[in-house]
Structures are given as structure tokens and as C-alpha cells.
Write a protein that binds this ligand. Structure first.
Ligand code: GTP
Ligand code: MG
Ligand code: ZN
Length: 299
């Protein structure tokens, strides 16, 4: 039986769709019983070995998952070159805390991330400049566009070329719309945002990688809120990349940059060198992690 290697494009209806380089049609695969006996984890983006059970019907049985370059839990993806944290300028409104949470998860997974602001046609005055002023100085590229009107699409398309990238962000911000605008050969389903509450309706239901110019773009389901389950305070601190260079000013080591006197990070916030919104996100995330741990402890 021929054994091939390929990349998992999606997990849908109990089948893994596995793409082999140079073969147009993805193989629909199940997981071999032997692999099921041992606990296994299989995500969109994984590279797998599989036995071809029918060449005619493009079917196979997955035998092994190869070691991952990286792994992101939310959205669940393996082996990414770039994470595209996507938000809207309005409807739903931009949220600094959600942006910081999403960027933190990519940072902890060691996946380079960029920030995309869609719906620039509806941006409130000053918002784009404000977002840029928070994220660009700490090394996050910010791209703005309108998937609907076609502005900014070309620049983003160039940035994604040849990479394996995944779009992630709240429901309704226009992830699927943006991918449709970037690649005219795809036609992903998009859905209106609820007028009453300004939230998306979870139109995209599963993550899938779409071949794009030697690389792949992944569309993923939007989220409502992002829970920080399984993270500890140390990780939250490590996720704020700009804090490290001010820690030499902290009297205590380690310093949580909360209640401690003489703290380089707090001084940098007061001086405007660390964005107030980032520090507030840090405090909120720290509290969330503590609350979650307490809940766990009580169980
Ligand atoms: N004004 C405006 N509306 C847009 C733009 N891009 C997308 N939309 C609208 O935003 C809504 C949501 O778009 P989707 O692409 O379905 O959003 P999504 O992020 O994929 O949402 P989920 O799949 O639920 O996570 C749709 O009604 C789009 O028409 C834009 O640039 N400007
Ligand atoms: Mg979608
Ligand atoms: Zn400190």
C-alpha cells in the first residue's frame, strides 16, 4: 500500500482532508485504529503520513502525525508561519482587550502575528491612528482595509503571499470577506452582523486551509469571548513583549507590576512609554487567570 505525506486542510464530517503537493484533489482520510489507541491530537495544518486505501476515490488512512513547528489552541491550528489577528473598525467595535488576548496567544505559541483592521469604511475618527500608535511601536504591523470596498486589499495580499497563515478574530469582523477579497477564486460564506447587538452570527463553522499562491490561507470560526484557560500568571506577563525592557527598573524580582513599590513597568506606563490600554489588558488578563485558577482549585 502506498504511503504518502500531506497537510490537513480541514476536519469536516468526521473526515480529514489531506492535501499532497502536486496532487490537485485532497484525500479524504480517517484515522487508523492503531493511532486511535494511543491518544493523538490532530489539527488543521498538521502534516501527516497516510496509507492510500483507494487512489480512485482519493481515500486514505492516517498513520502518523509529524512533529509540529508550532500549535495554536484558539483557533486550533498547527504549523503556521503567520497569524492574522483580525478586527473591525466598527460593527463589531474594535476591542483593545480582545486584540491583546489574541496577540498574547500567538506570542505564547511563538507564531509571528500581524493586526488587521477591516471595515475601514466605517472607522470612527481617530481610531486607526490610535490603534497604530499602540501596536506599531511594539513591533506589530497594522494593516487596514475594507473588504467590501476593496481598499487596502492589495497590500495585505502581498504580505500573505507564499506563507501559511490563519485569520482569527471575533465573529462578524469580516475574516471570510477579507479572504474572499484577497483571493478571487474562493467564495466563502459570509453573514450579516446582528443590528441590535452588533455581533456576528458565527457564520464560519470550521477552520480550513485554502491553497493561495504557493502557501495557504486559513479561515477560522469567529469567537465571542476568549477564555484564558490553562494559562498562568507567568505566561500572561511573558505575552506582553514590551514589558521586558523596563523590568530592570523593578525593585523586586520577580515583579508582577501590580502592587510592588518601585516598578519600572508602572513607571513606563505613567510616562506614556507603555500604552495605558496594554497595561490595563495585562491587569485584566492577570485577574482572569487568577479567577480561573481559583475556580479550578475549588472543584
Ligand atoms: N462596512 C463593511 N462591512 C463589511 C466589510 N467586510 C465585511 N463586511 C460585512 O461584515 C459582515 C460579516 O462578515 P464575515 O466575513 O461573515 O465575518 P467573519 O469574521 O467571517 O464572521 P464569522 O464567520 O462569524 O466569524 C458581513 O455582513 C459583511 O458584508 C467592510 O469592509 N465594510
Ligand atoms: Mg467567517
Ligand atoms: Zn515591576
Amino acid at each position: 500500500m502506498a504511503e504518502l505525506a500531506g497537510r490537513v486542510l480541514k476536519n469536516y464530517n468526521g473526515y480529514y482532508y489531506v492535501k499532497v503537493d502536486g496532487v490537485e484533489q485532497p484525500y479524504t482520510c480517517k484515522v487508523k485504529g492503531k493511532m486511535k489507541k494511543n491518544r493523538f491530537s490532530l489539527a488543521t495544518g498538521d502534516i501527516v503520513n497516510f496509507e492510500v486505501s483507494s487512489e480512485e476515490k482519493s481515500e486514505g488512512m492516517i498513520t502518523t502525525v509529524l512533529p509540529r513547528k508550532n500549535f495554536l489552541l484558539r483557533p486550533t491550528m498547527a504549523n503556521l508561519d503567520l497569524f492574522v489577528a483580525t478586527f473591525a473598525c466598527a460593527a463589531p467595535d474594535f476591542s483593545f482587550i480582545l486584540a491583546d488576548k489574541l496577540l498574547a496567544l500567538a506570542e505564547l505559541a511563538r507564531i509571528p502575528a500581524i493586526l488587521v483592521l477591516n471595515k475601514e469604511d466605517t472607522a470612527p475618527a481617530g481610531l486607526i491612528a490610535q490603534v497604530r500608535s499602540v501596536y506599531e511601536p511594539i513591533g506589530y504591523e497594522v494593516f487596514t482595509l475594507s473588504a467590501e470596498q476593496g481598499t487596502g486589499v492589495e497590500v495585505l495580499r502581498e504580505r500573505l503571499r507564499g506563507k501559511i497563515c490563519a485569520f482569527g478574530g471575533p465573529s462578524g469582523v469580516g475574516k471570510s470577506s477579507t479572504i474572499n477579497a484577497i483571493d478571487s477564486t474562493v467564495d466563502l460564506r459570509t453573514g450579516a452582523v446582528s443590528e441590535k447587538i452588533g455581533r456576528g452570527k458565527h457564520t464560519t463553522r470550521f477552520a480550513q486551509l485554502l491553497p493561495f499562491d504557493e502557501g495557504y490561507i486559513a479561515d477560522t470560526p469567529g469567537f465571542g469571548n476568549l477564555l484564558l484557560e490553562g494559562l498562568d500568571e507567568q505566561q500572561i506577563l511573558a505575552a506582553f513583549r514590551e514589558f521586558a525592557s523596563y523590568e530592570q527598573g523593578c525593585r523586586f524580582c520577580p515583579c508582577t507590576h501590580t502592587h510592588e513599590p518601585v516598578c519600572g513597568v508602572k513607571e513606563a506606563v505613567a510616562a506614556g512609554d507603555i500604552a495605558q490600554s496594554r497595561y490595563e489588558s495585562y491587569l485584566q488578563m492577570l485577574q482572569e487567570v487568577k479567577d480561573l485558577q481559583e475556580k479550578e482549585g475549588r472543584k
